[in-house]
Design a protein around this ligand. Structure first.
Ligand code: HAM
Length: 418
């Protein structure tokens, strides 16, 4: 028996009320904030991610699904930002009014160790604002995430922010981190030792138990960031306070992708296990230039939909049922079946949801199926009905029945369904 590949999952029909609720909210909120949809391919040239996300990150070094076809070296996208920037450059979107505000909703692929809330194929709602340095945009981006969680009715989230500085001030902080860590190098595991040289900021995000006391005593970036970054960060905080947002400044918050500058943020939930980051993002003022464009600031975030849905279930968030068919057609005899096929199609033409029984089941079995489908009305066709060019309309709520002329049944149902 085949199974879905490890780390992937099917979304069965009974799960869709959750997915529809979240996805509809994402589209709705993106629209309310003025973000337009932009979808990029599921795979891109590998080098886009190597340059964009960064060599030396776990995502690029360990987690990409990379393959060769013809002369191309391709990878399934391990995130959306690099692809979105590639599209921005490729289509000359810099000529549009700034910031260019776009979002996408789709599958992401990372070859990571699967566990609760961590998949190898998962969904992200990804939002980007390109071309504007104003800290108010950072706050708008955070607000979209905030609003999704608020409108879903989540409780007890932890909203954490930090500034990771810029290419002017970060090197000095990285130096300080190296100086601090160097004497303790033998206490670091292999991955962390490599980070010490290549990307010391990531040491602050180490999951190794041995590294935790070191992280606690490490120098804080806030003591090293330049005046411009400090001012930007203070302004972001001021806006958050004006909006009455409760948040924590987490000096250890760094992100797993290299492109971040200045603001970074993550939102965490309780009760869904160790993989509790619902979303994360920040500014990437150097990314477009890194990918060959003119210096262009940007800020964005991505939200993991599987984790959001895990939390909806954990917090017993009620979701609306998916719409049920309004009408179910049952019949007795071949002539009546022909008539049912024709009538069900004309109901759908008239935008009325209609299903019909199949096979040659008894009328009782067909009525049971209508019940199970949750139909509001059943239309019954038999010899008598055919003789009178009519159909029996049964209201499933109260069991009342009446004969309605075939020529009038569509209009009648439209009235009843409203
Ligand atoms: P990220 O933090 O790598 O950021 O991923 C964003 C979110 O995707 C996480 O907070 C989490 O909810 C979800 N996620 C990540 N990995 C997994 C996984 N293996 N299984 C399930 N969910 C997962 C980015 O991807 C950046 N591109 C975000 C961004 C956009 N920054 C600026 N613009």
């Amino acid at each position: 028996m085949y199974k879905a590949p490890r780390g992937t999952h099917d979304i069965l029909p009974e799960e869709w009320p959750y997915w529809e609720r979240v996805m509809n909210l994402c589209h709705d909120l993106a629209g309310r904030y003025g973000y337009e949809r932009l979808e990029t391919p599921i795979f891109e040239e590998t080098s886009l991610f190597v340059r964009g996300v960064g060599e030396g990150t776990d995502i690029v070094d360990k987690e990409m699904y990379t393959f060769r076809k013809g002369k191309s070296d391709l990878s399934l996208r391990p995130e959306c930002t690099a692809g979105t920037m590639r599209a921005y450059l490729e289509h000359g979107m810099h000529t549009r009014p700034k910031p260019v505000k776009v979002y996408s909703l789709g599958s992401i692929f990372r070859y990571d160790r699967p566990q609760a809330g961590r998949y190898r194929q998962f969904w992200q709602f990804n939002v980007e604002a390109i071309g504007e340095i104003d800290p108010a945009v950072d706050v708008e981006i955070m607000s979209i995430a905030w609003q999704v969680f608020k409108e879903l009715g989540f409780q007890g989230l932890s909203f954490q922010i930090n500034s990771t500085g810029c290419p002017r001030c970060r090197p000095e902080y990285e130096n300080q981190l190296r100086l601090y860590y160097r004497p303790h190098e033998n206490r670091l595991d292999g991955d962390d030792r490599r980070r010490l040289d290549k990307n010391p900021l990531r040491l602050l995000d180490s999951k190794s138990p041995k590294a935790q006391p070191l992280i606690a005593g490490a120098p804080k970036i806030s003591d090293y960031i330049c005046e411009e970054c400090t001012k930007h960060f203070m302004t972001v905080r001021r806006y958050l306070e004006i909006l009455d947002r409760s948040y924590t400044v987490n000096h250890r918050l760094v992100r797993g992708l290299d492109y971040y500058t200045k603001t970074v943020f993550e939102v965490y939930a309780e009760g869904i296990g160790a993989q509790n980051a619902l979303c994360g993002g920040g500014r990437y003022d150097g990314l477009i230039e890194e990918l060959g464009g003119k210096p262009t600031p940007g800020v964005g975030f991505a939200m993991g939909l599987e984790r959001v849905i895990l939390l909806m279930k954990e917090q017993n968030i009620v979701v609306p049922d998916l719409p049920r068919p309004a009408v179910y057609l049952v019949y007795l005899g071949d002539e009546a079946k022909l008539s049912a096929v024709r009538l069900s199609e004309s109901l759908r033409d008239a935008k009325i949801g209609a299903q019909m029984a199949f096979g040659s089941r008894s009328l009782g079995a067909q009525m049971k199926a209508a019940n199970r489908a949750g139909a509001r009305f059943v239309l019954m066709l038999g010899e008598d009905e055919l003789a009178q060019e009519s159909v029996t309309l049964r209201d499933m709520a109260d069991g009342s029945q009446e004969l309605v002329l075939l020529a009038q049944v569509t209009a009648r149902l439209k009235d009843d369904i409203g």
